[in-house]
Design a protein around this ligand. Structure first.
Ligand SMILES: Nc1ncnc2c1ncn2[C@@H]1O[C@H](COP(=O)(O)OP(=O)(O)O)[C@@H](O)[C@H]1O
Ligand SMILES: [Mg+2]
Length: 444
């Protein structure tokens, strides 16, 4: 029987998931709600509004969907996975109580405290007067975070009190983030390189995928405004000694145990955003889903069937499935939970091509010319649309070019080589993705 898989979302992450799922030996039929032009070359559009959760559940039942993969955080925070699971569907993605780890940064801090997870010290404040009073005694720099989901705009790293006051006023007085800014964290500022680690879990067992590093700033040399991510590298070269154990036993396992203690059944990705400080890894934040664009770089390094992995997590069988895997391949780090999932002798990179004006107000409708995919480089679409049969820009991050190779140098060369043939007016990209990183692996 052909497995029927629905992907919820419309971005580069969802296109990357579809690309990898389409390679599954069980040859699934893919559906997308709502999808984008790239994703819809691999999937049929589900004839239902994904924002209408009961209607989506009813359609999935009717279409005998075997697995729903929810890409973005907003529907997870809003409880889509609960509605689908209540309808008897297998869902990859946590319910609202699990997704609160991303949707409420104060809640995440409380779970981390209960689980003994190392993170930055903080104070939570519910109004401007309280926050300003706290600020007087806070060490500088200080990080000011809106507690709710604010599309990556709710956090400011503030060098002085004036900047912190300005961000607090955005949250409380200007109401720039709506409900998301009604509570705020004043957080200790940590230093060190950042790293993202995606844990795939069924709430009990888990496997860590290859670590990756995002490039958040718009400009080369990490300058300019923050964005949703301008590029990513994923490689064993990002590993540091003891990282797998620190993240597995020190973060993921205790958080899952604390969630179980609270009666939360977490199935999906627990995305751990880390800072590698001089005192060891510290958690900056959790996300409740695959990262975008991290996923575009991490999935090509899998040496297992993504469909089997996601189904096992969604069904609560991950431990049994992991036990069927062969030994980890050459170059795998020791003490890395789920090391057998990744090909550690390969690396991947993503370079994002954004619209004119991004991350401010963007121009839309510029015609896009895409080169054909190559064996080691391909285009993942995000903010694209079809107009009169032509592909045009339709969002901030228009697409990502993924490159793969034996090390980051090869992966980056493949990505930039293909990007040279991608054309649209106003294309903005960074030329320095992966710059300053070790190009080949260093021993873990
Ligand atoms: N405690 C901290 N110390 C230093 N930098 C931080 C700290 N917390 C967050 N940051 C910086 O701000 C960015 C965004 O913060 P994060 O908590 O990941 O929020 P979000 O991704 O929801 O915007 C991080 O990637 C990091 O660069
Ligand atoms: Mg973040």
């Amino acid at each position: 029987m052909t497995p029927q898989v629905l992907i919820v979302g419309a971005g580069g992450r969802e296109h990357a998931l579809a690309r990898r799922l389409a390679e599954s030996p069980s040859r699934p039929r893919l559906w997308a709600a709502p999808g984008n032009p790239g994703l819809l070359r691999l999937a049929s559009r589900a004839p239902v509004d994904p924002a209408d959760h009961p209607a989506l559940a009813a359609w999935c039942r009717e279409a005998a969907i075997d697995l729903v993969v929810v890409g973005p955080e907003d529907p997870l925070i809003a409880g889509l996975a609960d509605v689908l699971r209540d309808a008897g569907l297998a869902v990859f993605g946590p319910g609202a109580r699990g997704a609160r780890l991303e949707g409420d940064k104060e809640h995440a801090k409380l779970v981390m405290a209960a689980a003994g997870v190392p993170t930055a010290g903080y104070a939570a404040c519910g109004d401007l007067a309280e926050a300003l009073a706290r600020l007087e005694s806070a060490a500088l720099p200080v990080v000011v975070k809106a507690c709710g989901a604010a599309q990556g705009k709710g956090v400011a790293v503030c060098a002085d009190r004036a900047a912190a006051r300005a961000h607090l006023e955005l949250c409380f007085t200007a109401d720039a983030f709506g409900d998301a800014g009604r509570r705020v964290l004043l957080e200790e500022c940590l230093t060190g390189p950042e790293l993202s680690i995606l844990a795939v879990t069924d709430g009990r067992d888990y496997a860590l995928l290859c670590p990756s590093r995002d490039h958040k700033r718009l400009g080369e040399g990490d300058t300019g405004p923050n964005t949703g991510g301008m590029g990513v590298v994923a490689s064993a070269g990002l590993l540091t000694p003891g990282l797998g154990r620190a993240v597995g036993e020190g973060v993921v396992a205790p958080v899952l145990a604390e969630l179980r203690r609270r009666g939360v059944d977490y199935r999906g990705v627990l995305y751990v955003g880390l800072m590698l400080t001089p005192d060891g890894p510290r958690v900056l934040e959790f996300n409740c889903r695959f990262g975008d664009p991290e996923t575009q770089a991490v999935l090509p390094l899998l040496r297992v069937d993504l469909l089997e992995l996601l189904l096992a997590a969604a069904r609560g069988d991950l431990g049994a499935w992991l036990a069927t895997l062969p030994e980890p391949g050459p170059g795998a780090p020791r003490d890395w939970p789920g090391a057998a999932l990744t090909d550690w002798e390969r690396a991947a990179a993503v370079v994002v091509a954004a619209s004119h004006g991004y991350p401010g107000p963007i121009r839309r409708g510029d015609a896009i010319t895409l080169p054909p995919d190559r064996e080691r480089a391909w285009v993942v679409q995000a903010g694209t649309a079809e107009r009169d049969g032509r592909l045009v820009t339709a969002g901030g991050r228009v697409l990502g070019v993924v490159g793969e190779g034996r090390d980051l140098r090869e992966a980056l060369a493949a990505a930039y080589g293909l990007l040279a043939d991608v054309r649209f007016d106003g294309l903005v990209c960074r030329r320095d993705i992966g710059g300053g990183l070790p190009p080949s692996r260093s021993e873990p």
